[in-house]
Structures are given as C-alpha cells and as structure tokens.
Design a protein around this ligand. Structure first.
Ligand code: RVP
Length: 503
C-alpha cells in the first residue's frame, strides 16, 4: 500500500519567524553569516566555507564567469552551468580563477595603423575611453601606446588621422612589470597621478591594466571569497553522464567545488558519479549531490560520499516538474525533514553534512526561514538572473527593462541530462519540457541588491536573537500561519499610492 504523509507539504510563505529577546550586542553589524559548504567532522573546520550563505543556480541564465566573479567578490559561490561543452565550461572556470581583483584584461584595443575614426567607433561600442594600442590589436599584444580621450580633440583632428600621431607612445608611458602587487600598482597610480597603469611582461606584451577607479571598488568587497592563492572560489555543475570527461577537466581548470545537477538526485547514477570522483581524486575534490526532498534521499547520497546535499524538487520559479510529472514537495517541508535527518546523522557519526535549499526563494525573509529550518546555505536562480552580471539579455518589454530567465528543463536550455535517467547509450533528446522560458524584472547590479538582501537577513536574525546561522538554527521560533495571517502581513485596508509595489 502507498505511504501517505500525515501532513500536507508546506512552502516558505506558509511560515513566519517569531522574535526572541534581542540583546544589546545583537545588532546587524555583529551578525556573522559564515557557513560551511562541505562536510566536516565534529571539532574540525570544513575544507570550504562561504562568507555569505548564498550560491547561484547551475543554470545557463544565471551562472557564467561574470556572475561567478561578482558573487565570489561578495562572499558567495556560483556553480557554473554544465549544460555546455566541457571546453566552454572549463574556459569559464579558468576566467574566474585568472581574475585578479584590480587587474583587468584590456577590453578596448586597436593597432597603431588604425585611425581616429576607429577610436571613436570603439569608444561608442564599449563605452570605455582608455584604449590600449598593441602591435596586433589584441589585449595581450606588444604594447605600443595608450589612447585616452585627453589625447585628441574630436573636432580638430581629421577622422583618418593615424593613431600614432596622437597616442601616448610607450616611451612616454608610465607602466609596470608583471608581478607587481595591487598595492604597489596603486602606489604608482597615486605617485604619478595616473588614471590607468599598464602592466607588461618581460617581452613587452600587455598583461593587464590597473585603473584608479577599481582601487576604490576593491575596498567595497570585504567578504571576498578566495583560495590560498588569492584566486576567487568557483563551483561547477556536472551531470551523471559525461563525468569521466568533465570532472578531470574542471579539476584541472581549478574548480573548487562541484555539484551534480539533477532534478531528482535519489538515483544510482548519482551514487556512481560520486564513487568515481572519490575513487579517482580522493577527498581533495569536493562534490555536492541532489536534489532530494526526504531523509531516504539524503542518507543515500551521504553514504555514497557526497560533501553537501542539495534539497528541493519542483519549487523553482521556472520549474513545471510538479505539473508535468506530479513529482515534488513543498520546499519548507523538504528542508525541515532533510535537516532533521542531517542532525540525526551528525549525532550518530560526528560528521556534519551541510545542506543547501535550492529554488523557490521569492522574498529575502525566505532565506532566513530556510536557514532557520536547518539549511546551511541557499541556491538562487531567479534572484541572480535579474542582475547585470547574469548571462541573459536585458530587454525593454512593455516599457520596462527585463532580463531573460529560462529553466534548464526548457527546450531553450536543452539540458535533458538533468532530467533523464542517466542512460548513457540513449541520445539526450526532448521528450517533454520541465521548465519555461520567461522574463523577470531587471534589477541592476548584483552588489547593490545583495547588500540590501543581506542587511534584511541580518536584521531579521537580530529580531530572532541570533548572531550566527547555528544560533539561528538552534533558537529560531517558527510558526505556521493561516491564509488570513498572510493577508494581514501585506499592506491591507489602505489605498496604495504606488500600484506596482513588489517586494
Ligand atoms: P528559483 O531560484 O526559484 O528560480 O529556482 C532555481 C532552481 O530551479 C535551480 O537551482 C534548479 O534547482 C531549478 N531549476 C532549474 N531549471 C529548472 C527547470 O527547467 N525546471 N528548474
């Protein structure tokens, strides 16, 4: 006979947090959101910790190298999407690992034989006024000079005027040799009153540019997440089909943590994938697994060797798995059950396995609820897809700026290996979609939005009397709410002046 749960499954919007005593030291500035990413033994420190409990989803519309750089600078981790060729994914990982705060690859370059007309056209396209002049016009060609808008007067020079007649040539440039530290580079910028310092290697090829304005922005990221070589931390999604080819390439490229990306992870293919990774690389390669929604799924993947477990089926904003297949569970109920299983496992074995609540976060307070219910961190798709740094296009639709956001199970992403049953002989093909292609309101820069969300999270934690995530998990008081209580929680019985108020 089928098993029947005695409670309906619940989602975050059906719960609220009830305040605890807020002591005087319990202020947002004292809240520490550091959280473990990978499993560890009682008394030991985890191999990987994040400074903020947020990761960006393993999705084409969310996590590429730009998102990964922006999020790691803020203290979280992106999992670069795996629904692309191994080479393309590896290249994205490399770009994150090569990123050096303050040192940028020159993105506006011309050759000495180009003209003022080319300078103006490039400036209009890129919006940047500093142009490196290299022998071949490539960002790492031999440096010949620099052009900035101070070098020419647009209405005095003929458009055909060659660059060599107005650029600042190498002989008159102040530049530095590769190997210089950011502090030294910034000292040179200040001492010589420069806006930009080119960095060249021993053969005179341009390596990076350091801009004065980036010095200030570097100060903006106190939670930046990096490895022991000061390179940003980056994750990568994998699947249970081509892992023997993909995993070694990602490890070689420097991915810090992997995650098997599947809508239903309670499968023998996931166990096989984890076994392969642990047998090949031992404990040096960290891999999360999922998604699961109950104790059995959690224990199965933990026993297979997973380093963290991802929770959630069907709650994603673009996900139609529940409609299409009738599979899934309310996100809150899933987190509550898996967190209880994790606690029991910890008490029995002394091994703490972090869990990630994936999908369905709509309001910032949902993140606090997920953490209070036992998640160590959350994974967000829609939230990050709204920002400048996501790969989707920004479009003007009906007078509003929007970003594109499409599910991995949509025919646009064609990530069928996330949904099929791991049959490596069968060609991945569409049988039916489990995700949609959509627009979401454009929201601007990641940092501005994330800072605001984090300040709300810290503030809620202070109401709950918690300065850390473990304290929140231990002391939170959570109540189920009636639909009338939910109605009462929004503005009600007043006439709103702004009709389109969304949170
Ligand atoms: P959300 O943050 O609510 O947009 O959800 C993102 C999550 O949705 C992803 O991390 C993933 O687990 C899930 N997803 C991604 N694609 C699809 C789909 O096409 N059904 N679902």
């Amino acid at each position: 006979m089928a098993y029947y749960y005695d409670q309906p499954s619940r989602t975050f919007s059906e719960f609220l947090l009830v305040p605890n005593l807020t002591t005087k030291e319990c202020i947002p500035g004292n809240v520490d959101l550091r959280t473990p990413v990978t499993k560890f033994r009682r008394g030991e420190t985890p191999a990987l910790t994040m400074n903020l409990p947020v990761t960006s989803a393993v999705m084409q519309a969310v996590s590429d190298h730009n998102m990964a750089i922006a999020l790691a600078k803020s203290g979280g981790i992106s999992f670069i999407y795996g629904s692309q060729s191994v080479e393309q994914q590896v290249e994205m990982v490399r770009r994150v690992k090569k990123f050096k705060a303050g040192f940028v690859l020159s993105d506006s370059n011309l050759r000495p034989e180009d003209t003022l007309k080319d300078v103006l056209a490039l400036k209009a396209r890129s919006g940047h006024s500093t142009i490196a002049i290299t022998d071949n016009g490539e960002p790492t060609g031999k440096l010949m000079g620099i052009v900035t808008s101070r070098d020419y007067r647009e209405n005095r020079l003929p458009q055909e005027c060659p660059i060599t007649e107005f650029m600042t040539p190498l002989s008159a440039l102040i530049y530095a040799q590769e190997g210089i530290t950011l502090t030294e580079a910034n000292d040179m910028i200040w001492d010589h009153k420069l806006n930009c310092l080119p960095i060249v290697n021993s053969s005179g090829h341009l390596v990076h540019l350091v801009f004065r304005k980036d010095y200030d922005s570097h100060q903006e990221y106190p939670l930046e997440l990096h490895d022991s070589n000061k390179q940003l931390i980056v994750g990568a999604g994998i699947n249970s089909r081509d892992y023997k080819e993909r995993v070694p390439a990602l490890v070689e490229a420097g991915a810090d943590v992997l995650c098997i990306d599947s809508s239903d992870g309670y499968s023998e293919w996931q166990a096989e994938t984890i076994h392969y990774i642990k047998e090949t690389f031992g404990e040096t390669v960290k891999v999360g697994a999922g998604n699961v929604v109950d104790k059995e799924g959690f224990l199965y993947l933990v026993e297979a060797g997973a380093d963290f477990i991802k929770v959630g089926i069907g709650g994603g904003s673009i996900c139609i798995t529940r409609e299409q297949k009738g599979i899934g569970r309310g996100q809150a109920s899933s987190v509550i059950e898996v967190a209880a299983a994790r606690q029991e496992y910890y008490e029995q074995t002394g091994i703490y396995v972090p869990i990630c609540s994936d999908g369905g976060i709509v309001h910032d307070y949902h993140i606090v609820l997920a953490l209070a219910m036992g998640a160590d961190f959350v994974m967000l798709g829609r939230y990050f897809a709204r920002f400048d740094e996501s790969p989707g296009r920004k479009l003007l639709v009906g007078g509003n700026f929007v970003k594109e956001y499409w599910g991995e199970g949509s025919s646009r992403a064609r990530n069928w290996q996330r949904y099929d049953f791991g049959n490596a002989d069968k060609e991945s093909k569409l049988e039916f979609e489990e995700g949609v292609d959509s627009f979401i309101p454009y929201a601007g820069r990641l940092k501005d939005n994330l800072d605001l969300s984090i300040s709300k999270i810290k503030s809620t934690m202070c109401n709950c009397g918690a300065l850390t995530i473990p304290q929140l998990q231990e002391h939170a008081k959570i109540t189920l709410v009636s639909s009338t209580t939910i109605y009462e929680g929004g503005a009600h019985d007043v006439m709103l002046k702004e009709k389109d108020r969304t949170s």
